[in-house]
Design a protein around this ligand. Structure first.
Ligand code: PMP
Length: 448
């Protein structure tokens, strides 16, 4: 007789197409059954501390009955209406997002980070069109950044291995290098190298001819590409370049948003004011699909014209689903009530201090952190900085898992740098959870 778990594993391996990685021979996948706080439990009853918040999503933690109730109530009352009209939850959420953005933005809703970015590209192109510059269609983005799985967002992505089998992608995306504090050319400070990268970005805009460039898209901190914390001067400089050449600055806050980096949004660490902000994941803490493209009010002006051809001709059936919006409002209210953004900042800094001793390990090359977002870069040799093998990274992840901690890793890049383990736990995890993360990492690196 098969156990019910064995039957589930069998059916899973027969029917479910897992994202990123196929079923591994001789290894049962993690089939998650329930979750509470920062913990997930699989169908065998094993508990794991979810150090990745699912996929950088569950910022307010699992098991929030209030959020479930808010969505359920809305589903009973009015489950669906498109935003070609409007509804109360979308209005409420748009106002709340403006408070979090600390600016004056108009919000276009969709369902995923990829769609939010596609929407941003289309709005930027049409904006320039209607301002009399139809030639501006290109976007500058950065190697190592991820912006989504659809053909435009993937074109913006700077991770070759995610792209090359699906080409041709949308044309018009030009990539430049993003500065990496751990890999600075010798003789330069990180700030000097960062400004050099910004200078090369400016030169790229000039080579492409500014009148063909619509905007720059960047995650304030490159997350899945390796948790690259920028020098503040670089971020400011990119904003300056955008202003100088009339480009729209699009900030992809799909991971950095909603407290992950210790501010409401990642860009608020750097004192810039993006023209367009895209967001998803943490907006509902992952409980329901929802995404948003927030656009500075003045950019909306040209879309208000009398002619239909002036309007933004995009419809998104499920974008801004009323239950998802209602749930998102509750999610943000909980984060405000429990000061989770502040907690991210303080707890993140504390964990960073507590894991400092890991720096003495011969394979720990660099630890990067902002709020509750961490990257620990592993190298074979601290002198050469040669990345550890995929096997070593795999072992670290497996060792953590066997001790009940889920961590992640960065997407490998063309240069072979899939050597950073990542950590992005729920912002409401307990102090004991945080201590457990620190203890587990220390045990794993000491080989205990
Ligand atoms: N931008 C960033 C920075 C992301 O990390 C992701 C997803 N990991 C996306 C966009 C795309 O989001 P989605 O998977 O919801 O389409």
């Amino acid at each position: 007789m098969k156990t019910s778990q064995e039957t589930l594993y069998e059916k899973d391996s027969q029917y479910v197409w897992h994202h990123l990685k196929p079923h591994q021979k001789g290894e049962n996948p993690l089939v998650i059954d329930s979750a509470s706080g920062a913990w997930i439990t699989d169908i065998e009853g094993n508990g794991y501390l979810d150090g990745m918040s699912g996929l950088w999503c569950v910022n307010a933690g699992y098991g929030r009955t209030e959020m479930v109730e808010a969505a359920t109530e809305q589903l009973h009352k009015m489950p669906f209406h498109p935003l070609s009209n409007s509804h109360v939850p979308a209005i409420e959420l748009s106002e709340k997002l403006n408070q979090w953005l600390k600016g004056d933005y108009r919000i276009f809703f969709s369902n995923s980070g990829s769609e939010a970015n596609e929407t941003a590209f289309k709005i930027a192109r049409q904006y320039h069109h209607q301002k009399g510059e139809p030639g501006r269609y290109k976007f500058i983005s950065r190697y190592r950044a991820y912006h989504g799985n659809t053909l435009g967002a993937l074109a913006a992505t700077g991770q070759a291995q995610r792209k090359y089998r699906y080409e041709p992608l949308a044309p018009g995306f030009v990539h430049v290098h993003a500065p990496d504090e751990y890999r600075v050319p010798s003789g330069q400070s990180f700030e000097e190298w960062s400004l050099e990268c910004a200078r090369m970005m400016e030169e790229t805009v000039q080579w492409e001819r500014p009148e063909t460039v619509a905007g720059v898209i960047m995650e304030p901190i490159i997350t899945g590409g390796g948790v690259l914390i920028p020098h503040p001067s670089y971020v400011k400089k990119v904003e300056e370049i955008c202003k100088k050449y009339g480009l729209l600055l699009i900030n992809d806050e799909v991971i950095c948003g909603f407290g992950r980096t210790g501010e409401n949004f990642g860009y608020q660490n750097y004192g810039i004011e993006p023209d367009i902000v895209t967001m998803a994941k943490g907006i509902t803490s992952g409980y329901l699909p929802l995404a948003a493209t927030a656009v500075k009010q003045e950019l909306y002006e040209p879309f208000k014209g009398e002619e239909e051809s002036d309007h933004f001709r995009q419809v998104n059936t499920f974008g801004g689903n009323p239950a998802a919006c209602k749930l998102a409002v509750k999610n943000l209210e909980i984060m405000e009530r429990e000061n989770l953004v502040e907690r991210s900042k303080k707890l993140g800094a504390r964990i960073r201090e507590d894991i400092r001793p890991l720096e003495d390990h011969p394979n720990v090359g660099n630890i990067r952190q902002k709020g509750l977002l961490f990257g620990i870069e592993l190298v074979k040799d601290k002198e050469t900085k040669e990345p550890v093998s995929a096997e070593t990274i795999g072992n670290v992840i497996a060792e953590c898992k066997s001790r009940g901690l889920i961590i992640g890793k960065n997407a490998d890049t063309v240069a072979g740098y899939s050597n950073t383990v990542t950590l992005a736990p729920p912002l409401n995890m307990t102090d004991e959870d945080a201590e457990r993360i620190v203890r587990t990492l220390k045990e794993v690196f000491r080989g205990e």
